[in-house]
Design a protein around this ligand. Structure first.
Ligand code: F6R
Ligand code: MG
Ligand code: MG
Length: 370
């Protein structure tokens, strides 16, 4: 069968004024590079940024993990990095953690989410890109859009989703290999919830239709600190979700983002902040955040992408953005205290470890009064 592959490959390769957004020359360079060098390799592409991350969406025929496609993205990011360096952009080449390309861009820094399928006669899908957060940020939205009839009315109303969906979940703390579990909704809903509550450890990698066996969603699961051994940036995840028919309707897939749920990230990748749905090519600002996510709706036909529909560019989402701004302000009011800052194991900067080492010897055990 003639299959189409969608690949999102994204990286932070430098930005303006700190970690706000890429410069226009950098953006243009990446786009021009793909336009020129992508001929004969990919069927189509779309370049956008979310906060400081450049994301390239490719449509192609080479399947998942294609060396050609990954190298094209890597080389485009290298070209963009040259511009970033020449302009003195902050964090130039930040997410390119290896010196030379080694066949697959996974494990080299950039985030990757890919799916391969036989195109339906009309094939709508959503592209998500988030900044200042990590892949677990999609856990709750995916649970709600694929397993909860409170958000996905199709689970009740459509005969195409009656059997539910399979969740493939990864233990991202296991660095020796991919530690995976497959669980079915609705039968194993409580087990799925028990894992997905822990956004920093268990991350949805993909979701599959149990009606058709088809891929429904994929998430990038990179943990940069597992590659680099130290903080080099938050993981800023991307995601693809097929919509309509046997999959959630577009509106059902978008609905969970009206919660503005609290996720890990925000300033220095070390805080808790609400996830704000934003328009395409948005920047970040307040306290290096709040964490943001954009959603672009495309159709792909014979490998060709339509223009995107900017899904969060609608008056309804202005109302949500105001709510999320309030939530962001509220949690920031408590500064470093308790839930506002991530637990010790998730703090992305080593400074606190040094502090604890310094303070350790100063502690003493008080002698018991007899
Ligand atoms: C979070 C992020 C920023 C930086 C912060 C400090 O993902 O990118 O919040 O952590 O601006 O940046 P550095 O350590 O580069 O000075
Ligand atoms: Mg960054
Ligand atoms: Mg980023």
């Amino acid at each position: 069968m003639n299959k189409t592959t969608l690949s999102i490959i994204k990286a932070d390769i430098g930005s303006l004024g700190g970690h706000i957004k890429p410069s226009t020359p950098l953006f243009k360079k990446v786009e021009e590079f793909i336009e020129k060098e992508g001929k004969g390799i990919v069927s189509d592409y779309f370049v956008s940024h979310t906060g400081d991350d450049m994301a390239i969406l490719f449509s192609h025929k080479h399947g998942i993990g294609s060396e050609e496609v990954h190298k094209l993205a890597w080389d485009a990011f290298l070209a963009g990095t040259e511009v970033a360096k020449s302009q003195g952009l902050y964090g130039a080449g930040q997410d390119l953690l290896k010196d030379s390309f080694s066949g697959n861009i996974r494990g080299m820094g950039p985030a990757v989410a890919e799916m391969e399928f036989v195109e339906r006669p009309n094939e709508p899908f959503l592209f998500f890109a988030a900044d200042k957060t990590d892949p677990g940020a999609y856990n709750l939205p995916l649970y709600l859009m694929f397993a909860d009839p409170m958000y996905n009315s199709g689970l009740i109303l459509s005969p195409n989703m009656a059997k539910g969906f399979k969740f493939v979940i990864m233990d991202v703390n296991h660095t020796e290999g991919d530690r995976i579990i497959e669980l079915n909704a609705p039968e194993e809903l409580y087990d799925i919830a028990a894992l997905l509550r822990d956004n920093e450890r268990f991350v949805v990698e993909s979701v599959w239709s149990r009606e058709t066996g088809e891929i429904a969603a994929v998430v990038s699961t990179t943990r940069l600190h597992n590659i680099a051994g130290k903080y080099t940036g938050k993981d800023d995840p991307v995601m693809l979700v097929r919509v309509q028919g046997p999959f959630p309707a577009t509106g059902e897939a978008l609905a969970p983002f009206n919660i503005g749920h609290y996720v890990a990230g925000f300033m220095r990748g070390s805080h808790t902040g609400p996830l704000m749905p934003v328009k395409m090519n948005s920047s970040v600002s307040y306290f290096d955040g709040p964490p943001v996510v954009c959603a672009l709706g495309f159709c792909v036909h014979n490998g060709k992408l339509t223009e995107p529909a900017d899904a969060f560019d609608h008056p309804y989402w202005d109302y949500i953005r105001a709510k999320v701004s309030r939530k962001a302000t509220e949690i920031r009011e408590q500064g470093f205290s308790g839930a506002a800052m991530l637990p010790y194991s998730e703090l992305e900067y080593g400074g606190i470890v040094q502090k604890m080492q310094k303070l350790g010897p100063k502690f003493y055990i008080r002698e018991k009064a007899e």
